[in-house]
Write a protein that binds this ligand. Sequence first.
Ligand code: TXA
Ligand code: MG
Length: 349
Amino acid sequence: METKIVNLEKKNKNISLLKEAGEIIKRGGLVAFPTETVYGLGGDGLNPESSKKIYAAKGRPSDNPLIIHISKTEDLEKIVTEVPNNAKLLADKFWPGPLTMVLNKNESVPYETTGGLETVAVRMPSHEMAREFIEYAGGFVAAPSANRSGRPSPTRGKYVVEDMEGRIDMILIDDSIEIGLESTIVDLTGEIPCILRPGIITKEMLEEVVGRVETDRAILNPESKEPPKAPGMKYRHYAPKGELQIIEGEEEKVIAAINRLVMEEEKKGKKVGIIATSQSLACYRQGVIKNAGDRQKEMEITRALYRILREFDEEEVEVIYSEAFTKGEFSQAIMNRLLKAAGYHIIKV
Ligand code: TXA
Ligand code: MG
């Protein structure tokens, strides 16, 4: 299949391109598109054949449900049995934006989209061109992250091209991705809202709007035998090709430990990478050193993380050491992704 790749940076041509992309979705095709979190791989969420194609293009198990992206809040009620009050409150506060809500689906949503579940995950992105595209596509775009299964979610158009060229109809590129980590997922089908995937909309932010919120126990304790409630969270996601380990502890001890480990691995002839921050960058002496950003500006870190993991792959780095990110508002979201990428390999110093 030939994939049409277009850059949305030439603002004047966008309307016709977004229309063309929308038409592809309506005809049952697939289009990758930018959002404020990560690139999505879109198909018509109400067309079972489109969802099957998405799974095939990603190489993803089809029991892993997709998020339906909408362009206006009113469209939510068209695909769920009921919009509970908490969902209204959260939509008012956080949509458009990086929040996905799980609700009971109605008959218009095929099981192919929900991986056989009676519930559906819905999100309205804040990325304006994404919303325009969704509108032209008929309003309900099912989209997982636009990576091949098992690779880090793409935050750059070139990574979407790398993973998806030849497998889908069109790729829309706009690299002004702000957040770089996937949306927070909150399940609203139970009595108490429950976070199934942490993101930059935090538990505290949700609690300000709806009162008590829980977090899926499988997220809090990855060693627990309980399966996560978001089926996708069970897979080994976001894994770089190199062996990633996280070093946690006081800043100076972490830096000293990483410097020592890098030296040892390099002696063995290994190519070694380091995930550092603006604060620590100057303290590392050897290895492929990447700056994830300023610890005081956490969005720099969220935006950089997946890009850095991909770059280590490109540079064929064999062993990677990362500082931990356990302080700050987004630490749960960042550590959730980093720990998965590391296969939960963490060294405390
Ligand atoms: O930021 C995002 O959410 C990005 C962009 C493209 O919007 N999308 C994304 O999709 O991250 P994906 O498919 O990579 O992750 C969706 C997650 C999976 O872990 C899946 O299991 C969970 O959402 N999920 C989807 N529908 C669900 C449902 N009905 N119940 C529980 N979990 C669900
Ligand atoms: Mg994904």
